[in-house]
Ligand binder design. Structure first.
Ligand SMILES: Nc1ncnc2c1ncn2[C@@H]1O[C@H](COP(=O)(O)OP(=O)(O)OP(=O)(O)O)[C@@H](O)[C@H]1O
Ligand SMILES: [Mg+2]
Length: 398
């Protein structure tokens, strides 16, 4: 995937003359050292990260760890003290006034925790606000507002006022406003944190659904690790202004790397986080008879595949042994094949796999085209769900 946004060695010290603090940080000092010695607050300490185009990139950490400072540096609501922020290769930190205005209006949109809607403007007027700043004509603005309001499920609410809306609906307006300008980067700072748990879950699902077609590059700030796991293609974890861990949700749960990160991962529901592909044993089919291949299931039996790699049936160990003794003759009619095998997709969660499991029946794992890629035994499902930090062989590649 191409890189949309790149942060390089970014520092933020809240001071008009940050140089002494920056020198200390460069020499390895921590946020607390700098505060004790100079009285200056460190917001960011040497943060580097790379956000691929189309990713939902989660920035997660405890309160005060620097998440909002990072978000605010990216569109320079906070002025970075040192470092570079590259948007499609152009350094935002070096941008002049005019370019910066252009970036804020057209390239990067923000969605805030408390919606920041104008109370005496209608939903439609709030939605088209950014377009007005861009000088778009009233008719075109209104058309676009109606379009994005319908995308976020508020088609008939344009003429209402924010106080007539629930919190969830207000946040939909916030999202619509960010989408209206067609900026390709969205920064969402705790966008769902003020919502009731049920509405919050609904908005998360909605964002995932929208993102499948919108394919924006989203930097999503949260202090909720579950939210980070659910939404994130990658997660960056911050502590005291530093980025302490970065990776896919699965890789972070498997290898937290520090007690600070491990503490977040303890309560994670692995049965939903890990998929069948991760726990399966990959198959290596071998020719069985004309037009047919055999993939062993590890229990003495096997799955029989056609030319296209699709499972046509299963053989128990006894039948398979018999067939081997006759070099495959006798399979001709396929009458010996059992049809009671279970199929799951690679992308199905281990929870789904556990639910699909039936004692004594082999489980086939298939790719998007329905071709067999692996088998999944009950003990592998269990091991995956209970997963010790060192994962089963043949597992995740993150
Ligand atoms: N304008 C400011 N002036 C001085 N210090 C600031 C300013 N803004 C943030 N800070 C400090 O920078 C550090 C990081 O704050 P930031 O708001 O980025 O944290 P956060 O991770 O977003 O926290 P939260 O989860 O509470 O929103 C904190 O120590 C904070 O006190
Ligand atoms: Mg914050």
């Amino acid at each position: 995937m191409t890189e949309r946004l790149r942060v390089e060695n970014l520092y933020k010290v809240f001071s008009k003359s940050p140089d002494p603090a920056l020198r200390m940080l460069a020499a390895g000092a921590k946020k607390a050292d700098v505060l004790a010695k100079t009285g200056m607050v460190v917001g960011l300490n040497d943060v580097s990260l790379s956000v691929p185009s189309g990713a939902i990139y989660m920035v997660m950490g405890l309160s005060g760890s620097g998440k909002s400072t990072l978000a605010r540096c990216i569109n320079r609501l906070n002025e970075p003290s040192a470092g570079r922020i590259l948007l499609d290769g152009r350094d935002i930190v070096a941008a002049g006034e005019a370019e910066l205005r252009d970036i804020r209006r057209k390239r990067i949109s923000m969605v805030f925790q408390h919606f920041a809607l104008l109370p005496n403007r209608t939903v439609a007027e709030n939605t088209e606000f950014g377009l007005k700043l861009q000088g778009v004509s009233p008719q075109a603005r209104r058309r676009r507002a109606e379009e994005v309001l319908s995308i976020v499920g508020l088609a008939r609410w344009g003429n209402h006022y924010p106080h007539e809306l629930s919190g969830g609906m207000r946040q939909r307006v916030g999202l619509a406003r960010a989408l209206a300008t067609d900026a390709d980067v969205l920064i969402m700072d705790e966008a769902f944190s003020a919502l009731d748990p049920l509405i919050r879950t609904e908005m998360q699902d909605e964002l995932l659904r929208l993102q499948r077609t919108l394919k924006k590059t989203i930097l999503f700030i949260t202090h909720d690790f579950q939210e980070a796991l659910k939404l994130g293609t990658r997660i960056a974890i911050m502590a005291d202004g530093e980025l302490v861990r970065e990776g896919t949700p699965q890789s972070i749960v498997l290898e937290p790397g520090s007690d600070y990160v491990a503490a977040f991962t303890r309560e994670v529901d692995r049965s939903r986080l890990f998929d069948a592909r991760w726990a399966m044993t990959p198959v290596q089919p071998v020719p069985l008879a004309a037009g047919l291949c055999l993939a062993e299931t590890g229990d003495g039996g096997g799955l029989v595949l056609d030319d296209g790699g699709h499972v046509v049936g299963a053989l128990d160990s006894e039948t398979l042994r018999g067939l081997r003794e006759t070099s495959g003759r006798g399979i001709g009619s396929l009458g010996a094949l059992r049809k009671d095998f279970v199929t799951v997709r690679e992308c199905d969660s281990l929870l789904d796999a556990a639910r699909a499991h039936r004692a004594g029946r082999p489980m086939a794992v298939v790719d998007e085209e329905g071709r067999l890629t692996g088998t999944l035994a009950a003990d592998r499902i269990l091991a995956g769900i209970a997963a010790a930090p060192s994962h089963p062989a043949g597992g995740l590649h993150a």
